[in-house]
Design a protein around this ligand. Structure first.
Ligand code: GLA
Length: 437
């Protein structure tokens, strides 16, 4: 109402100019309505890399078999129902040359049925297919790239194949080519008419920070973006990512929201580099960072304990919270304990107590008051991993959590006044908070 009244007060020429400006802004923006919560699924790269030796290693090489297998696992082992829907191809899927018409083609030996057939199968299993391209002369692995001139053709090809997500990498492209090519691909994807989630590696190639990186523009053209270097299969690598994201949270945290997410890279839980505690930490930290949950692990052989971490229902509901507010590190103690907080819908929050210590389980005492929670409130707390419930925690109460070395204690908490009030209004059973499982 107010906006219409204001526009009505403008001289007609201004009104027209404003209308055009709005139309142009919309045409620039991705506007695809996708990724309202962080995308979830599986991505080949960290675990399977550019292993193309299908003769020596048919089970693990980058071939259609790997993706058919993982689609079956996502569909049959409880992943899909939890939201893990995307099955994403990374580098090294294509032939070394484009075809006569200049079109990208999959390697004929490793993908004999082609990408369309794979997409059809993935869709028949209730899943979605992602693919990888690179805005340069070559992909990082040395396969044909999508130079600026090829952007429209490749967007069409991916749409015709039935692709649902595109990761566009940035190897072998200049700063100028990236500035032109990333927005151009957003438009080209829009123009296909097919909903395709767009993951941009652009900021990672420009140091991840302003002034080189414009997060306002990124949020308009990309659904998610890699800000920083590649994750490797080690705890050091996870820590370096957490350190960088926390150090720059004032810039990064406001950039995230429904439809546009920071991407600290894949989950490596289930592989070789993380202990049990470290795996729980990566899952908790990625959840509170509102990160995409893209697993890169062998779902055919994953251990029950890794699976349990990745399939924690309350964790996933927190990650997928509809408000889409990215969390922040709010405490950094000298003795290597940190606290992270993510505000959630319905006045709830998630807290992580994270220990970087390497000695023994650490007893950390604090209170919600010290963590700046509002005064005079009573909370119900659920431990996200153990499921234990603490009822009636007051803001001023001191409490102690025991945090294992390189581990976390993670809490989901909400003010008790809300369910009590609902109980009174709706009678028994009406007061169950949606996140209490
Ligand atoms: C870059 C990306 C990785 C992966 C490889 C593939 O390094 O950051 O995630 O896609 O390229 O070559």
């Amino acid at each position: 109402m107010r906006r219409a009244a204001r526009a009505g007060g403008l001289p007609p020429a201004w009104g027209l100019a404003l209308a055009w400006a709005l139309i142009l802004a919309r045409a620039q923006a991705l506007e695809n309505g996708l990724a309202r919560t962080p995308p979830m699924g599986w991505l080949a790269w960290e675990r399977f890399r550019c292993n193309i030796d299908c003769e020596a290693d048919p089970q693990n090489c980058i071939s259609e078999k790997l993706f058919f297998d993982m689609a079956d696992r996502l569909a049959e082992d409880g992943w899909r129902e939890l939201g893990y829907k995307y099955i994403n191809i990374d580098d090294c899927w294509s032939a070394k040359q484009r075809d006569g018409a200049g079109q990208l083609v999959p390697d004929p030996k490793r993908f004999p049925r082609g990408i369309k057939a794979l997409a059809d199968y993935v869709h028949s299993r209730g899943l979605k297919l992602g693919i990888y391209g690179d805005l340069g002369t070559l992909t990082c692995g040395g396969y044909p790239g999508t130079t600026v001139d090829c952007v429209e053709q490749d967007a069409q090809t991916f749409a015709q194949w039935g692709v649902d997500m595109l990761k566009l990498d940035g190897c072998y492209s200049s700063e100028e080519e990236q500035a032109e090519g990333y927005p151009k691909m957003a438009k080209a994807l829009n123009a296909t008419g097919r909903p395709i989630v767009y993951s941009c590696s652009w900021p990672a190639y420009q140091g991840g920070l302003p002034p080189k990186v414009n997060y306002t523009l990124l949020a308009e053209i990309c659904n998610l973006w890699r800000n920083y270097g590649d994750i490797e299969d080690s705890w050091d690598s996870v820590l370096s990512i957490v350190d960088w994201f926390s150090a720059h949270q004032d810039v990064l945290q406001p950039a995230a929201g429904p439809g546009h997410w920071n991407d600290p890279d894949m989950l490596i839980i289930g592989n070789f580099g993380l202990s049990y505690e470290q795996s729980r930490s990566q899952m908790a930290l990625w959840t509170v960072m509102a990160a995409p949950l893209l697993m890169s692990t062998d779902l055919r052989t994953i251990s029950p304990s890794a699976k349990e971490i990745l399939q924690n229902r309350l964790m996933i509901q927190i990650n997928q919270d509809p408000l889409g507010i990215q969390g922040r590190r709010i405490v950094k103690e000298k003795f290597h304990v940190e606290v992270f907080l993510r505000p959630l819908s319905q006045a709830a929050s998630a807290l992580i107590f994270f220990s970087r210590r390497t000695d023994m389980p650490f007893r950390y005492t604090t209170s919600l008051a010290k963590l700046n929670f509002p005064d005079n409130t009573v909370y119900e707390v659920q431990d996200v991993y153990s499921g234990k419930i603490i009822s009636g925690l007051k803001t001023g109460d001191n409490f102690t959590v025991v945090i294992n070395p390189s581990g976390v204690v993670m809490w989901y908490l909400y003010p008790m006044v809300q369910p009590w009030c609902l109980v009174r209004q709706q009678g028994p059973g009406g007061g169950v908070h949606p996140l209490i499982l």
